[in-house]
Every structure is written in C-alpha cells, then in structure tokens.
Design a protein around this ligand. Sequence first.
Ligand code: GCW
Length: 719
Amino acid sequence: MGRLIAWCAALFLTLGVLPVAAHAEDGYDLWLRYRPLPADIQARDRVRATAVVFDVDRHDIPTLKAVDEIERALEGMLGAAVPTYGQAVQANAIVLGTSAEPRIKALNLPLGQLGTEGYVIRSATIDGKPVTVVAANSGVGVLYGSFALIQHLQRGLGLDRLDIVSAPKLKLRLLNHWDNLDRTVERGYAGQSIWDWWKLPDFREPRYTDYARANASIGINGTVLNNVNAKADSLTAPYIAKAAALADVFRPYGIKVYLSARWSAPIEIGGLRTADPLDPQVAAWWKAKADEIYRAIPDFGGFLVKANSEGQPGPQDYKRNHAEGANMLAAAVRPHGGIIMWRAFVYQHENPEDRAKQAYDDFKPLDGKFADNVIVQVKNGAIDFQPREPFHPLFGAMPKTPLMMEFQITKEYLGMATHLAYLGPLYEEVLQADTFAKGKGSTVARVIEGALDGYKLTGMAGVANIGTDRDWSGSTFNQANWFVYGRMAWNPEASAKQVSGEWSELTFGPDPAITPAVVNIMTASREAVVNYMTPLGLAHLMATSHHFGPGPWVKDLARPEWNPVYYHKADRNGIGYDRTRTGSDAVAQYAPEVARMFADVKTTPERDLLWFHHVGWDDRLKSGKTLWDELVARYTLGVGEVADMHRAWRTLAPHIDRERFAKTDTFLSIQQKEAQWWRDASLAYWTSVSGRPLPAGETAPAKTLPEYEAISWPYEPGR
Ligand code: GCW
C-alpha cells in the first residue's frame, strides 16, 4: 500500500518562449486538443509542474491512463517533452492518488461523500513541497479528476490555490448508439458507425481508444453499442465476442458496455416458439444468454429495450405488460449485477388517444411494479425530440420507479449535421422545468437525480451523434452537443451557457477574442431553429421520413400520428392542438399546478402555446399582435437570427484555424438557405390554410406551395 512508484513526469515551462503554432485542425481532437497555450498564459502561470503518481495498486489501470493523459496534455500545452523522475515528490508536482495512499489520507480531503467517481483537485503541501493533488476513492475518480485538471489548464486557468470538489449526481451516464450491424446509423449524420463489426473482435481501431478518452473526459461511463431497433444477431456468440473486444478497450476508462436487446430474440436465434415473458423456457433462455454474455464481458452493464413501439416486438404481443417484460429480463441479469433500461417511448397506431398521452397511460399504472434493477428511460418530451417540447409528464409521476432521462444528441429534428443548434439550452430547459410533484422546486433534474423520490438507480442517456466523419459529429459545433450532454449527465444542474464557454475555450483556445462571440452564437442557436421550424409550441412539422425539411401539409401517411396535420390541426379559424379538457386533456397528466398553468391559454408560456391550445388566428398574444402576425414574425425572426449567427462567426475569421472556420462558415450558409426554405414553405402553407395575407413588410415566399410540396429527398442520411 502506498507505494510511490517511479511513474513520474516532469515538465519545465520556459517563460513565454514557446510560439503558438498555427496547427491545421480537422476536428478529430475534439476538446482534447492540447495545443500550446498562448505565450502570455504560459508566462503568467510560470508552471513548473511535475506529475507524480502515488499508486496503491500497480494494476489500477485507470490511474495509469490518467498519467498518460496528463503527460500527453502537458507536453502538448507546454510544448516540452516530459522527463521522467524518480520517486521523490518534486516541488510543483501534480500528484495523483487514491484515498488508500497514506500521504493522500493525511491531507484530510473531503473524499468521504464523493463515491467511487468523484474527485478533489487541491493545491496542497506534501513532504514540504507545494503540489497539486488529484485525489479520489478509485482510479476512475482519479482519471476524471485528471481530465478536469487538464481542462482547467487548457482553459488558461492557473494551478494556484486550487480547490475543486466534484462528484456525479447520476449513476448511469450513457450514450445510446442507434448503430446498425451494417454500419448504417439510424438518425446518424456523421458518416458510418464507428464500430467496424466486420473486423472486430480482432482489429481494434485506434479510434475506439480515442472515443473512450473523449467520453471519460466528460464523465460518460457507459455505452449502448447497437440500435434500439435491434437485431437479434447482436446476441449471438460472434457478436458477443465483438462487443467484448470493445468492452476491453473501454474498461480502462471506466466505460461499461450495454446492448439493446431484441424482444423476440428467443424465437429468432433461440429456436423457441414464443417470447412470452411468463413462459419458463423464455426466461431460461434469457438467463442462459445473460450468463453467456457475462462470461465474455464480466462487467457488462445490461440491456436497453424498445418494446411494443413503432412495430418492435414486446411483451404486449403476449398480453403482458411492460413491467412483466422488464422484470423477466431483470431476473436474468440480476445475479451479475446487471440492469435493464426499459424505454417508455411507446405509442400504438391502434390507439386513437393523443400520442402525447400514450406513454403515461401505459406506464403510470405500473409505478412500483418494476424490479429494483430496472430503470425506465423516458424521452425529454412526450412526442419525439422536437426542437421544443414541454417536459414529459411521466417525470414526477412515478415516485416508486426510477426514471432516467433520454436526450437526443444527434439532431434528427434540428437540421441534422449542418444546422448549428447548441442543445445545452434545450437540455437545461427540460431539466429545470418544475414538475411540482412534491411542491415547488420539484424540477425534472431533481426527479432524475433521485433527490425527490430516493431512486437508487439514476441515469441519463444521450442518443449519440458520433460517426466515422473525421470530426466525429458531422460539424465542429455538433461536438459541443456531445460535450454538454456529458456535462449535464454529470451534473443536471449545470448551466448551458457556462458549458458553452468552457467548450469554446477547449475547442478554439482560451482566447477572449473568440469565447464571448462563440457563446453568443451558441446561446441563440437553438431558439433560432425553433423559430424557423416550429415556433410558438408547434411540433412535428417535418417532411416524411427524413425529418429534415418542412412538410406541414403532409396528411396522407398510413398512421395518423405520422402526419404533421395531426400535430398542428390548422384550419380556417386557427392552429394548435387542444390538449385541455375540451380536447385530449393531456394537461391532466401533469401535477395540478402545472396542469392549471397549461390548461389556461393566458398562463401557458407562449413558447408552448400551440402545443396545448388551438388558438384563433386573430387572437391577440402578449406582444399585442394577432397570432397570425406573430407566427409569421417568428419565422422571419428565425431566418434573421441565422443571418446574425453567420455574421458573428465571420468576425472570428482572423482568430480561428482555417479549416474549421471555413467548414462552419459554409454550414452557416447552408443553414441560412434552409432556414429561408423552412420559413417560405411553411408560410406558403399556413397562408393557404388561414386565408390571411402576409402582414405588411413581410416578403412573400420565393416559390408556390405546390413547388415546396414537390421537393423530395430520397437519399437523405440517417434513415
Ligand atoms: O426519434 C424517433 C426516430 C426513430 C427512432 C425512434 C425511437 C430508433 O425517428 O428513428 O428509432 O424515435 O426513439 O425509438
């Protein structure tokens, strides 16, 4: 115990002599760029740091990964090769250690409350030498702390008087890959799946390690490898071996592997005649399958299940409910410590009920019926990852069932890869929404943290936006959505704006000429998308299948709830979905305080207006304008906001490396064109329905409605 091993590295920073090289950047390095810090920052800090490890266990691989990362970061940021030292602590050392190390213990750091993943970073004195300590209760905690320290340095913040204490508020912080075995990615806009299933398990792409580093650097601790629209093949021996190879790469970074399970796998690959959860043979099949997986992946996390949703099989096919299904699977993974994440994203075309009500109707009666290693995974809103949705009514409504949040990081409904839409404000808006489940202040964040109902299991899932594109996410700014997702999974109370500033500093350098402008662009971006796509609480107006361009006129698809007209209900008199008592009464699914607010057109926030109310075209809004005039104005505003973002980006030309500057610049031009298309096509349609002329000063759409209706995109990505 407490052996101080010679895993030492030193670094001497010479005063401001290192030039900041103008590197070509293609985005591959994400926020882990480790470029030379600007000379003035280097000079100011006069860092003369030595990295030293107190290693309680030579096999503590995450700690060794932390050392690697610190060496790599310091070398990059300070431009000097890092010499290795002997055992003694050097002055200004960076000391990594767990609480088991006596000299860490002697510092009396507040590690008691931090669990296995939290950390402390503190300026301290060891052996009479001033040092920076990164301490935790486990190697993974040390790794997280090391990344935090590195980010601190990358942002140009010095090593003086550090006292940072952090621990995750959620246990499960997961990515969900909607990746198919043929390497297509459902709703993926950044190239193919990064999992090269064909070459696995033998060939492990270096990219898998960088994926793990990136995730660990933002605290993500699990990944579901395959699409929730799952194939049973993922559960066959060859694919289990492939998943095991990935698990081996991720394990040193504290990341567990999970799989989406296809409900009917016992029939498809098990030769059974049924997948009835109450059939003993079915339960035995899943148990044997779980045992087989755990033999290959001892720390396998568990299964994610999409059942009885959008044509997927599930327990209801056998007249069993979701709890009966989930609990059978839970029993199979329980002996191994595994969990089941059961999705609440369900709606049925046979069900004439408002789609927004169906998940609650199915799940609320099952509160308290789920096994304790089941967590129900609920999308942020009741429909489907729209640019804006009010929070899902299940949050706060299931006190006896742990619920985890499902956000989408990939921008299925927000312009896919090319539109700049920072999702931090969307996540924050939902997390900060008050469910009133236990009185005022019962925010969604507190629900999923378990603070409200004492959930033992807590978590957040983000549908990944990662692919084989060189920049991983299809654009530089899409990387920010991966980043902010990680930050909010760690701390659901995090501020979207603050995170955008940090991300900007890590991504473009801690340059005061850059950060405020980037933060402004990011902060405005999501609202701009809402304005030019679905203002005032409208939703699901995207064209068929690809969910990219406008299609508010679509009305002939097989299932009613696939048609935009189902959602907007526009007619000669007005527009919007009446979800009050005179309509579907979806408002009644919320706690009384919230239900009252949404039930009254006067107290409904305007941003959610048409989600809950059918409003007359001539009714007056807060601005004093009629709904019609305001609606048109919002579309125009959205287009203008994109133009503003573009102008602001252009002012950064002298400060940002050429390749990344140019790509974003081009993408913003695309967005400008497409925002205009959204506005014009939507207004052409709304005009035809409302029979009203555009208000004075508004430009007429460039094309006719039939011309917009004729636009089709047969080969769009992400199908
Ligand atoms: O967002 C919608 C998508 C589907 C997706 C589904 C789901 C994986 O359009 O592509 O399927 O939701 O979340 O299950």
